[in-house]
Design a protein around this ligand. Structure first.
Ligand code: F6R
Length: 308
């Protein structure tokens, strides 16, 4: 039986996708894409334990590339204790050792967790789709579309390299709405981890109720807002982006708008993520840093292991 064929037509009270950093982003994308279609809560969890509402009637998907991330292991143990239906996505480690008799999807070894996003997403999305009873995505068709989109870079949209050069002495602030909120957050993390540079992310409409008040400081701190636009955004959301653009421009801060036409929400999510991932790798190259190594994350984990 495949992991995704373990469906619940009824009796499922919610789905929780737990994981940290690069292992968490696929769950966040699945949530922002599917939350409005799901008849049960779809939550993501990036912390120790699990929320109390997660009971035996919930499904928990524990994602840890290494299988040794302590926060994820803690949530995994909690899910076991309360008797939730567990799915595990990993390459090995302690989580695999403790997953006898559980459905486990093994990821390819030897890459950075954040680079495993396509593999993790292609496992997590079908599980969630099956659990909440919506049609499953055809990934083979999707990959053809995405390959075609790359050919449009440098034409319909400036190439990631050109954008990386344009913003090289600035701090990007990625702003998304709806399903592109997770993409904005992914972009911020990719600039942090790949380019070892400061970046922020925010979401609309929320940023209109707080961050906008600080936009007169953006020029001073070299912040360049990058608006992730969706062809599926509502008229009100488009009006919000345009109004936000106008307010930022009053402070001599010109946002960059990223938009790719003719794609579904899922295709937009993946195509803009791919574009911004390349931006982060180009930014690393321009800064002369190794985009793969994450020494500080490794050091933090080491200090916590040695201290425990
Ligand atoms: C490193 C990376 C990190 C890890 C995170 C959790 O490339 O992306 O954000 O994903 O430290 O570790 P794992 O994924 O092994 O559970």
């Amino acid at each position: 039986m495949t992991m995704a064929s373990q469906t619940f037509s009824s009796g499922l009270h919610g789905v929780c996708i737990a994981g940290m950093g690069g292992s968490a982003i696929a769950g966040q994308m699945a949530k922002t894409l599917l939350a409005q279609k799901a008849q049960v809560p779809l939550i993501t969890w990036r912390d120790y334990n699990l929320p109390r509402c997660v009971t035996k009637d919930w499904a928990v998907i524990s994602v840890s590339y290494s299988g040794n991330t302590e926060e994820t292991l803690s949530g995994f143990e909690t899910a076991k204790k309360v008797g939730s239906t567990l799915f595990v996505v990993t390459t090995g480690g302690a989580i695999l050792e403790q997953s006898k008799d559980l459905p486990v999807a093994l990821l390819p070894k030897g890459i950075q967790p954040r680079a495993a996003l396509p593999a993790i997403f292609s496992i997590v999305l079908p599980i969630v789709e099956a659990l909440i009873g919506v049609g499953s995505t055809d990934f083979s068709e999707l990959s053809v579309t995405l390959e075609g989109v790359v050919k449009r870079w440098g034409d319909e949209i400036m190439s990631p390299r050109d954008l990386a050069e344009r913003i090289s002495s600035f701090v990007p602030l990625f702003l998304g709405s709806g399903h592109l909120i997770s993409v904005a957050y992914r972009a911020k993390c990719q600039i942090n981890e790949n380019a070892k540079a400061v970046a922020f992310s925010a979401e609309l409409p929320e940023a209109n109720h707080n961050e906008v008040e600080a936009s007169h400081m953006y020029q001073k701190y070299g912040i360049v807002p990058i608006f992730l636009r969706s062809t599926h955004e509502s008229k009100r959301m488009s009006a919000r982006f345009e109004a936000t653009d106008a307010v930022y421009r009053q402070s001599d801060c010109a946002p960059v708008h990223i938009r790719l036409n003719g794609l579904s929400e899922l295709e937009e999510t993946l195509a803009i993520t791919h574009y911004l991932d390349m931006l982060s790798v180009d930014a690393a190259d321009i800064r002369g840093v190794d985009s793969v190594r994450v020494d500080k994350i490794a050091e933090l984990k080491r200090r916590l292991t040695e201290g425990s």
